[in-house]
Design a protein around this ligand. Structure first.
Ligand code: SF4
Ligand code: SF4
Length: 372
């Protein structure tokens, strides 16, 4: 049975966050259970892009600092790392506050560059991956996911956070393989997580994101921290905390169906009772696909898959989406906004994730709206 601890923490006050993390770790048997003295530990944050902490796009720097201070009691061999979709991690770390925290704590920040092959022993589809050497060679990986909605996977949490261990541009290869098949992408994430599971997940749900996530949704104060070893169990609890059916999250549904063979996940909840932290009226992503069977979705394709819509009035013509699109389906308009080639688009939603101005929304097709 997978143990997941729920802790309440209303704000980003360093001592308070540290106290709650420590309390949660004690319920899991103490940090010493997970990190040996002097071990090489990589702390994998969520650094989707260079966004200020109050936007709730990335792991909050105070959350990172609290985790680092606890980890430093076990080892000084620490590195904080990630691989954002568009720019380098070091450059993005200035805006996210990671740079200042790393400096204050005397901890190194690192990019994921070099990749090595790892195998997924019981793969659903993807038998091996090229992941960051830094991750593959670490004694321990501590993952710090952010609780958010996600245009492609419905929500992003512990399992999706591990996608960042695939260095930079290589991530687009997986989007290209899955094209607009969300179930295929979810199977890839499940295989990837199982190929390189972190030692421990500490989820930052103090300030979460609802609506148009993972980059342009609305920050929402949840005041919750989740701790646990099993990322699949954690994402089940994450969904329940925001009042979402866990099976709407694609990776949860895939894991239940193919790994647990339809069984309910066995989860032991520790800490604060779930019912005390459940958030009513959480605004999920607009998505009807996760309630449609895989076969029907494949038949329906474009009529059932949301499409990116480009809001010229918000667009600053920074061209990040144009450069991020893996199939060159975008170009800057002659005078304003972005021109979208619907036939080329594989609905990977990387553009929506990367847009720093909230100028890209996902809209359902007519059939999906009718189903809703
Ligand atoms: S236009 Fe956006 S959703 Fe379509 S393929 Fe390009 S990045 Fe993906
Ligand atoms: S849609 Fe967003 S990412 Fe694309 S050019 Fe406009 S502001 Fe930049």
């Amino acid at each position: 049975m997978a143990a997941i601890v729920i802790e309440r923490c209303p704000q980003y006050r360093l001592e308070e966050v540290k106290e709650q993390l420590n309390q949660g770790l004690e319920l899991l048997g103490g940090l010493a259970r997970f990190v040996g003295r002097g071990e090489r530990v990589v702390v994998k944050v969520n650094c989707l892009l260079a966004a200020a902490p109050e936007r709730a796009v990335t792991t909050h720097p105070i959350f990172l600092q609290a985790a680092l201070q606890l980890l430093k009691e076990r080892t000084d061999n620490l590195v904080v790392a990630d691989s954002p979709g568009y720019m380098g991690f070091l450059a993005a770390s200035r805006a996210t506050g990671f740079e200042a925290v790393a400096k204050a704590e005397g901890v190194q920040l690192a990019e994921f560059h070099e990749a090595v092959k790892v195998e997924c022993a019981e793969a659903l589809l993807y038998k091996h991956f090229k992941i960051a050497k830094l991750i593959a060679e670490a004694d321990r990986v501590i993952s710090l996911p952010k609780l958010k909605t996600h245009g492609l996977m419905y929500m992003t949490g512990a399992v999706k956070n591990i996608f960042g261990v695939i260095p930079g541009i290589r991530k687009t290869e997986y989007h290209l393989k899955a094209r607009q098949d969300k179930w295929l992408f979810a199977k890839m994430l499940v295989d990837l997580y199982r190929a390189c599971p972190p030692t421990l997940n500490l989820m930052d749900g103090i300030l979460a994101m609802e609506g148009n996530g993972p980059a342009n949704g609305a920050p929402v104060p949840l005041g919750v921290i989740l701790l646990g070893e099993d990322g699949f169990a954690m994402d089940e609890v994450m969904a329940r905390v925001v009042g979402v059916n866990p099976e709407r999250v694609y990776t949860n549904a895939v894991y239940r169906k193919y790994v647990l063979a339809g069984r309910e996940p066995a989860i032991e909840l520790l800490g604060v009772p779930l019912e005390e932290v459940v958030r009513p009226n959480f605004q999920p992503i607009r998505d009807v696909q996760s309630v449609i069977p895989e076969w029907a979705l494949r038949l329906g394709k474009n009529t059932l898959t949301p499409r990116p819509v480009f809001l010229a009035e918000r667009c600053t013509r920074c061209s990040i989406c144009v450069r991020s699109c893996p199939v060159e389906a975008l170009k800057l308009g002659q005078e304003k906004g972005v021109v979208w080639d619907s036939r080329a688009c594989i609905r990977c939603f990387i553009c929506q994730e990367m847009c720093p101005s909230g100028a890209i929304e996902l809209r359902q097709g007519l059939l999906s709206r009718l189903i809703r």
